[in-house]
Design a protein around this ligand. Structure first.
Ligand SMILES: [Zn+2]
Ligand SMILES: [Zn+2]
Length: 357
């Protein structure tokens, strides 16, 4: 295992910068906010740790990219910025979500509320879910994994037409696997940052996806007629488990983060770290490191304490401290399954400790 360790000075510069105007902006933050952000360069911080590489197939080993510090983000003339007229994040569900226990509606509400806490003070709206046929996209059966896939570029064309006027961005989400072009095996997602659009699939976040018994495999692989979408009727949708909810929250906020102009994080463990495979993506924390947090704060303008309180409320609502009876309801899929967020919740509490000192 390799540890990517930056010097205290390098992390401090990445966070605060040496540009006088940006140093001044930093100094003007509330002192409790600075206490939390300064954790970025405390050598034994319990909140933020260095990135570790576990294999050659990890993102940083296999995709060398330039780093992006706060100053580079701040000065990027091409990044999209939310304005008072265009400040809503729209999410368009495509195809079905959730099995019989958890309805699409519940799952979407959990994702919406999570994004509203993460991008605190912006509005997130979930558009009415549409069946695949509505998008008019091309589709195929993957010859290796034998599951259905829809064409990512076609979905982007569909989203472009649907993007509301007050949208900061529109992101499509689906439980169906994606492919970008015939010669490619699959893609987790595709985005157009300049147009504020993206499509992301959670199909491969199903713990069963790579197993031989995966229920999304079609028994007979045949050439599908391009206009007959009936193959999607009743197509396999994974159960919305706590782990799937955690993975979807991470993916959605990571991808929307790119639309804000945040590049992959190489500073500290962070939800904006690139990930090449499921194990690496599970290793990423749920939230941002201080350098990425300062980027997002400067783009949106929230108070850190309010943002962390909202994240905590999301994790507490329905879930924690409830009676045994309610726990049974959670098992029935009526309550938000937040078991997988236990560690994240403790971490948010520690951040709030620093912010409320
Ligand atoms: Zn990414
Ligand atoms: Zn980061």
């Amino acid at each position: 295992m390799k540890v990517i360790k930056h010097s205290e000075q390098a992390l401090k510069t990445a966070l605060i910068s040496k540009n006088m105007k940006l140093v001044k902006l930093y100094e003007n933050l509330e002192s409790r906010e600075k206490s939390l952000l300064n954790e970025a360069f405390q050598p034994d911080s319990v909140l933020f740790r260095p990135i570790t590489l576990h294999s050659e197939s990890d993102w940083i080993s296999s995709h060398p990219e330039p780093t992006q510090d706060f100053e580079q983000f701040y000065n990027d003339p091409y990044r999209s910025r939310p304005t008072s007229e265009k400040s809503t994040i729209y999410v368009q569900p495509i195809g079905s979500f959730g099995d019989t226990k958890v309805s699409t509606e519940d799952y979407m509400k959990w994702l919406k509320d999570y994004c509203e806490a993460f991008y605190y003070s912006l509005t997130v709206k979930i558009l009415e879910p549409v069946p695949v046929s509505h998008t008019g996209c091309a589709f195929r059966v993957n010859e290796y994994t034998c599951n259905l896939q829809i064409h990512a570029g076609d979905i982007l064309k569909y989203l472009k037409k649907k993007k509301p006027r007050d949208a900061f961005c529109i992101v499509g989400i689906t439980m169906i696997d994606l492919y970008p072009r015939e010669s490619w095996n699959f893609v987790f997602g595709q985005a157009s940052l300049t147009e504020g659009m993206g499509i992301f699939s959670f199909a491969r976040y199903d713990s069963d996806f790579y197993s031989a018994s995966y229920k999304g495999r079609l028994k007979k692989v045949k050439k599908l007629p391009s206009s007959d979408y009936s193959v999607f009727d009743g197509y396999y949708t994974p159960a919305v488990t706590s782990v799937l909810l955690l993975r979807s929250c991470k993916t959605l906020t990571h991808e929307i983060g790119h639309i804000f102009g945040l590049r992959h994080c190489q500073w500290l463990q962070c939800v904006m770290q690139g990930s090449n495979h499921l194990e690496e993506s599970d290793r990423r924390p749920l939230d941002l490191c201080p350098i990425c947090l300062r980027k997002l704060q400067s783009a949106i303008g929230f108070h850190l304490v309010e943002r962390y309180q909202a994240l905590l409320e999301w994790m507490d609502e329905d879930g924690n401290g409830m009676e045994a009876e309610l726990r049974n309801e959670a098992k029935m899929g009526l309550l938000k399954p937040i078991e997988a967020f236990k560690e994240c919740r403790e971490w948010v509490l520690k951040c709030l400790d620093v912010l409320q000192k």
